[in-house]
Design a protein around this ligand. Structure first.
Ligand code: HEC
Length: 118
């Protein structure tokens, strides 16, 4: 619970920037994901909160069967996950208007982290 409250406090200012960024994502940017970023524990923790808030409903272990594919992180490049989250794809919604750049990048780090648990 405490982590949730902390994460919410972190998410508020970031979300305020989402509108500006949404305008910039109409053409796919090439996003750099350094090893340092992907392995930063704070980034991974933020990504885990984003995952719990929005992704679990469709991709979680308890999600209604067939709602969304079980993710297979070992097959993904960071840019692929980032693009899905940012732009959506068929049944996968875009989160560009809901999450700022840092949160979308953080959820990539979470999905690709060794601790990832759907
Ligand atoms: C409303 C349900 C829904 C939500 C919420 C959702 N997804 Fe998805 N997602 C889908 C569906 C459906 C697909 C399959 C799209 C296709 O390929 O046709 C998908 C595909 C993906 C893929 C590509 C999987 C592959 O192997 O091709 C990734 C990565 C992904 N989602 C990540 C996320 C992340 C991260 C979040 C949270 C920010 C999220 N999704 C939230 C429904 C959802």
């Amino acid at each position: 619970m405490r982590t949730l409250v902390l994460a919410a406090a972190v998410l508020v200012p970031i979300t305020a920037a989402a509108d500006d960024q949404a305008a910039a994502v109409t053409t796919p940017p090439r996003v750099e994901f350094t090893k340092e970023f992907l392995e930063d524990p704070e980034v991974v923790a933020l990504g885990a909160e984003v995952w719990k808030r929005r992704c679990v409903f469709c991709h979680g272990r308890q999600a209604y069967p067939g709602k969304a594919p079980r993710l297979r992180p070992s097959r993904y490049e960071p840019q692929f996950v980032y693009n899905r989250v940012t732009f959506g794809f068929r049944g996968m919604p875009s989160f560009a208007h809901e999450f700022g750049e840092r949160e979308r990048r953080a959820v990539v780090a979470w999905v690709l982290s060794p601790d990832f648990a759907p």
